[in-house]
Design a protein around this ligand. Sequence first.
Ligand code: ZN
Length: 134
Amino acid sequence: MNSEKEYQEVLNKEYAGTVTTVERYINPKAVILHRCSKCEQEFYAKPIWLVGKESQRHICDMPYGDRFGVRNQYVTSRGATNKNSTGTKRKLSESVKQEIIQLAKQGLGVRQIARQLNIATGSVSYYIKKEGLG
Ligand SMILES: [Zn+2]
């Protein structure tokens, strides 16, 4: 996968044309924005993930798995609402915190991470600052 064209060809083969790149393809390890026409999600991922290990590929309505190959249990569905929200900060699970740190280290911004994980930007910047990455 040396070019955007080559990568898109692989994506077409793997996802039957549903997953396309939104941002310019840089290299297999550089995180870029993708779009899935099937579940209408936009998500950040490394190209190598999407065409690689099963746990890291795109599955509709699911985020990619973590670097240990464990698929995350939370869903970034747009229909998801926080019914119990009373304006207080939702407590994030340890795996979500790790995901924030991981994405921050990959160079994603607060808003990109919040969008990817479907959580508030305030929570993201809180944990990034706490880790000394902000
Ligand atoms: Zn999808």
